[in-house]
Design a protein around this ligand. Sequence first.
Ligand code: ATR
Length: 274
Amino acid sequence: MRERYAVIGNPVTHSKSPQIHSAFARQTSQDIVYVRLAAPKGGFRAELDRFIAHGGRGLNVTVPFKQEAAAACTAVSERGKFAQAVNTLTFKDGKIVGDNTDGAGLLRDLEKNLHVGLHGRRVLILGAGGAARGVMMPLIARGVRMIVVANRDRSKAQALEERFGLFGNVRARGYDELAGNGYELIINATSASLQGVLPPVPGSVFAPDCVVYDMVYAAGGQTPFLQFARECGALITSDGLGMLVEQAAESFFIWRGVRPDTAPVLELLRAAGV
Ligand code: ATR
């Protein structure tokens, strides 16, 4: 029987993961099935148990279940522990092993696909939810000079400063405290682009020739935030499609032990108008 994998979330109907993993499987001649699993809110655990009982080998976990998934694990990787959330589950010998590949996905997209060096950079992260938390440690490990975390609810940014300030130079800010300082790398980790709105950043945060990344992906690679960044002089702007494909490749590697070539899959998705 072909080994079964799935992405679990709510909503999950628009997830690109089945397309991405099927393309990886074709490319690497792995005989797997990858489907979508919609779990009702409060129904994550039941769906998880059912999937395992039917021989499922691994799951990708998306909104809103990443924290519940971490709680269901019998073991969690270092990077999953730092992120306090997991997006990849592997089932083996009665164990549920959790990992978080989001940070690795972002780094590979920045470094490999966009050729952005991270060492010594002044970084601004907008948002202090799960998406921001998942990329803090990987960025610190790359030797960025500082990370400023800005959030509407400043106390959440403060919580990230307290947690990750032990490992690197991390500062919390409210949006009204951002004016006057420019950053070389700005990452939008808010969900504002999903609502088609801008986080309330002043134009002065965009240092000349800065790199601007929006974790949300959008048709044609355009989000209101990236549009604004270009108007403010950003040199490189990118939506999060590359991160999506790279985090999937990292999950695929965990499950199958082979690393797919992401470039053709990213091209395929762009050509399909994603
Ligand atoms: P995720 O796991 O995707 O990070 P989350 O934990 O719900 O989701 O966090 C969403 C983040 O987007 C939060 O930082 C939120 O800011 P607040 O904590 O202040 O609510 C941020 N966010 C959502 N909509 C936003 C908007 N219109 N402008 C700025 N930030 C926004």
